[in-house]
Write a protein that binds this ligand. Structure first.
Ligand code: ADP
Length: 190
């Protein structure tokens, strides 16, 4: 199963990705998590990403694409992967398509988690209280939502045109959403 997860910040992609990765026994690759781990470890990559993340902007494609390209050479992706947070714009989607075409391992699906704007903001403010993540401050949240609408949302039509898009609602309890995702993905296998 080679799958991309798409959805606005706060849609619960990370939570769902963990359950889906366990279900399919494939790695969950979150570019946000990789950047945060690098920030914490004080690596060059972390330092390059920091100012963009703090402002809610995308880290430049040159940095992000190389990081993902490298991650997709690891042995653990042999049976598939769940990509969470990448691609985040059409240029990244094209790079991903090229990387996978070269390896002759195209995507099986792109799973979109959909959620109304009001619900997104409520969830992110709630998460800010709990996780105290640097980029969950109100003005940065606002910017991340703008960046999502302007730069990331266009990948949904990109993948619809490729015939890869599956949309499910991100509202409801966590187990039901996971079950919906698995049943939508299993329809693909038939
Ligand atoms: P969320 O989905 O909650 O906004 P993520 O953890 O996926 O958060 O990402 C946090 C930040 O990491 C983003 O706001 C951005 O600065 C950076 N980032 C993550 N993935 C990418 C990407 N594919 N391209 C550019 N920047 C990214």
């Amino acid at each position: 199963m080679r799958c991309v997860l798409v959805g606005p910040p706060g849609a619960g992609k990370g939570t769902q990705a963990q359950f889906l990765a366990a279900h399919y026994s494939i790695p969950h690759i979150s570019t946000g998590d990789i950047f945060r781990a690098n920030l914490k470890a004080g690596t060059d990559l972390g330092n390059q990403a920091k100012s963009f993340m703090d402002r809610g902007e995308l880290v430049p494609d040159s940095v992000t694409n190389e990081m993902v390209k490298d991650r997709l050479t690891h042995d653990d992706v042999a049976n598939g992967f769940l990509l969470d947070g990448f691609p985040r714009n059409v240029a990244q989607a094209e790079v991903l398509r090229a990387i996978l075409a070269e390896k002759k391992t195209p995507l099986h699906a792109v799973l979109e988690f959909s959620l109304a704007d009001e619900e997104i903001i409520a969830r992110l403010l709630q998460r800010a209280e709990i996780e105290k993540r640097e980029d969950d401050k109100e003005d940065v949240i606002k910017r991340r939502l703008e960046v999502y609408a302007e730069q990331t949302a266009p990948i949904i039509s990109f993948y619809r045109n490729e015939g890869l898009l599956i949309s499910i609602s991100a509202v409801g309890n966590i187990e039901d959403i996971t079950a919906n995702a698995i049943s939508a993905l299993s329809r693909l296998e038939q």
